[in-house]
Write a protein that binds this ligand. Sequence first.
Ligand code: ACK
Length: 318
Amino acid sequence: HCNSTIEYVCDFPVDQEWEFPREQLSFSGEGYGEELGKGAFGKVVKARVANIRGRPGISDVAVKMPKEPQSEDDEVSVITGLIEELEIMKSMDHPNVIRLLGCCSQLSEGPLFVIMEYAPYGNLKDFLRNYKRSRIQNMDYEQPIGMLELTNRNLVTYAAQIASGALYLAEKKFVHRDLAARNVLVTENYVMKLADFGLSKDLWNQDYYRKTTKGLLPVKWMAPESFDENKYTTQSDVWSFGVLLWEIWSFGDTPYGDKIPLERLIVNIKAGTRLGKPEGCSPEIYRMMDNCWKIDPSDRPSYHSILRDLKWMLQQEY
Ligand code: ACK
């Protein structure tokens, strides 16, 4: 492992291609330094920086860092989980996958920072829920002023962008295991990007259930072979993509509602029960999601065919 370009600090190699001077990150000013979100292990804070990775001028960035550990055990899994996510992000390069901009990994100088592009509109689930809520509140007005109007065409565009990112991951033989609207970020110009490649999940998020050695599981997004045999493949990600389509067309509703016990849900799925067609969703889109929920993984569509069909739909309407 020893060569002149790699130094070791606390057992972690310093990667000169990505290392960024931490003193150049600014956490002060209106909205900066603010916590954007928190997981079980990490937190994400808004910061700004000048001239990072060839981006001229000041850029907003999101910095993921370890949360204050609760116990010694935590501390180790926090750092290794974050390092793992960092390494995955280094290998990604696609317009619909959140971009890594740099990292501060010299732990003798401060905490591990994973610097990524900032998503001004947050995660897709909340984005759609907020849209739906503001729509309902504005119903009395004929033309809500300054309000984003989400047409079916916008939704198909979002789905195509997410499918494009998912196809890229599949081609890299990367299985996401947690495709869901909460893990899609809405960036500048409403471009959708896949995010959250960490395996450590928020213990308090109701979407996750059943503790195993690998942590909590997002059962409502999982293919039957994943919860039965712990099998994760690109085709099990396609099942989750189908649930993500359902979340888009239901504007961020919780799949199967809040009340169903997950044990019962698993029985129902095996018996053939599926999510219903959201209001306003076309039969073509519903057929696409329903096809993602075939019991036999090889009967589910490939991302190639999903993307082709979505692009075809975009060509039909104008
Ligand atoms: O779902 P959220 O509101 O959006 O909460 C999570 C939280 O941090 C933990 O992952 C938010 N988040 C993550 N990455 C980014 C980013 N690049 N830009 C903006 N918010 C982010 C995410």
